[in-house]
Design a protein around this ligand. Sequence first.
Ligand code: GTR
Length: 324
Amino acid sequence: MRMMRLLAGVALASLMGVGAAGAQTVLRSSDTHPDGYPTVEGVKYFGELVKERTDGRYEVEVYHSAQLGEEKDTIEQVRSGVIQLNRVSMAPFNGTVKETIVPALPYVFRDEEHMHKVMDGPVGDQIKAAFEPVGLVVLAFYDAGSRSFYNSKKPIRTVADMAGLKFRVIQSDIFVDMTAALGANATPMPYGEVYSSIETGVIDGAENNYPSYDTARHVEVAKYYSLDQHTILPEVFVMNKAAFDAMTPEDQEIFRKAGADSVGRQRELWTEMTENSRKKVEEAGAQINDVDKQGFIDAMKPVYDKHVTDDVLRKLVEDVRATQ
Ligand code: GTR
């Protein structure tokens, strides 16, 4: 029995990335954004809560600014247990966790408040549970506002203006198909390559929220930001499931609660940063304009036809729409 407990301890220690003798367990978490970004700060706050509530037995180190690699690579790292935590967009999961397709769908949410109600309720719980079979436990959904297209050529006012433009999209087929449905061309590529790809004319632009457009400095190379707001896709903060399962039920509860408690902090910081970034990009020369949104909404029907293909997804979309 003692031996077994000892072995379990060693296994846990190795999953957590520490020597067996270490009294304290250090968990590594990745983020593509710079220090100070609301997602980075949300996870840091989670770490403070965990440290405090476990009397210092656990500590979280956040590797910001893509120090551990681009999102797709860090998702592999957290699934295999090389790192224990990760904060990423849900888009790169669209191909592996099919339920994540639903919040990624264009205009599925009426606004950010609607997204909060959905993700904080039963639909959010169903999406969370869907991560477990791929070896991940969801600790929180964080805000990422809405994503809009921006480019170096001209303001987009109607769907017709999209014709022929080339955009980098996040690595997900939904985003490729959304862009195609609008008559433009999509190139999925890692976030870190976007700036130079616009600068050298490989692509005309990309799509993202104000804080990303600002902090990744894409505003310097693509000044036309057109508010089509095609998705309000939240971020996800995950933990390697084997590492989670190896903890005591009490510690698991502390982690889940700290995750939930970090959401309010992240949302506050998000609202602040969105406003600050909007001002900063305007000062940096961004030309922000409204679009004929109904035209964009109507053009997206093929994306639903292609991706909402089974009863699970159809029901989820219905549940999202019915959430008041
Ligand atoms: C941001 C998101 C990042 C990353 C990036 C991208 O909005 O916070 O996690 O996914 O978009 O477009 O690659």
